[in-house]
Design a binder for this molecule. Sequence first.
Ligand code: SF4
Ligand code: SF4
Length: 406
Amino acid sequence: MSWPRNDPRIDDETWEGWQAQFGESDHAAGFEITRDFQPFNQMNDMFTRAFWDPAVRSHDTDGFFASYRMESAPRRGDGFSLRDFALRNAAWVVSDIISNRAGETGLREGFQGAIQPDTPVAPVQAELANPQEEASEIKRIAKLFGADIVGITEIDPRWHYTHRPDTRDMTAIEDPLPEGMTHVIIMGHAMDFDLVETYPSALAGASTGREYSHEAAICIQLATYIRNLGFKAVASMNDTALVIPYAIKAGLGEYGRNQMVLTPEFGPRVRFSKVFTSLPLAMDAPRKLGLAQYCNSCTICAKSCPPKALPSGPPDLGAGSPSTIAGVKKWNADCEKCFGYWAKLKTDCAICMRVCPFNRRYARWQDRLWRWLALRRAPALAHWWQARQGTRPRLKPRDWWARKGN
Ligand code: SF4
Ligand code: SF4
């Protein structure tokens, strides 16, 4: 099977329209987008390729996905026992219930297709305050449901998948959002610090699964609230659009060398969900915080990556992998190497999240001082301090289990 094209080259009129609408905020966000830009076809993401692309699919990748059900792969290494896999899979289960419920229609809700509404849009619209007040109210409600950080930005078609797979036969289909969506609410969900300290392990995968289960509930609840107000709202996790550029545009963080959004609150230890809506809301602006700037002279994540999938040099346009979006200058991972490592482990890896110096609790004054130096005052001093401290050693999974009162 040949690669599905990401998208035919976009025409000049569309490109110029995008420049006029998004050029200023692209600049503020630090985005460099070339004329070769092509919106992304979800058929080409690594997880989807693992189902149809013989260059990716293997005994290991099939075993990786099966291990999240009941076919776990316990083995002798610390962090890979039956109990470790059991906790990881239990953490995922609410997300799994949502993503499996429409399987017979070829839709994997939250991953390969948006989460379908359980309730219609109310026929009567609520009376609205001004967009600033509505935005601040929406953030409050999102946090009430459990989001840790929230930002709002405008719908940007460049980041929306041109196609998703019909999961019955893995053919590419178009699946646009309903008409009239104007805004996207981005919610960040912090992963458990101690579990992340045990990466790589099946136990650590519970930190990922827990947030997917949380975010499924939270984005469904927020979308339902908005529909009850009489406005359109679609709950979304990894489906429909790339969340990283949206999170950056919504002012939640900056793009790091480890391919994650670095946030000032949690560093990269955060997952994102989103709600597309027609509710008129004030938008947040992207922020240049200094996190990405710090990455320019830090390679801790790249050096710590077992398959050497992360770049050590400056941002570039990528090496032409179909899993890399075309025409965006950024740090690009070798996705094939990264996912190949996950498949061998039979669980996700986030060593590059664990070792990042921005991954701290920030409850201690020393960590807050380090961040203040890194972002504002003296990044060179922060680098020196970080080097002197060294990277925290991995928390042994058996020590996590031995702790009381986690
Ligand atoms: S997730 Fe693991 S394998 Fe992938 S880039 Fe990060 S450290 Fe490397
Ligand atoms: S480890 Fe260093 S280079 Fe990698 S994302 Fe964190 S700060 Fe950036």
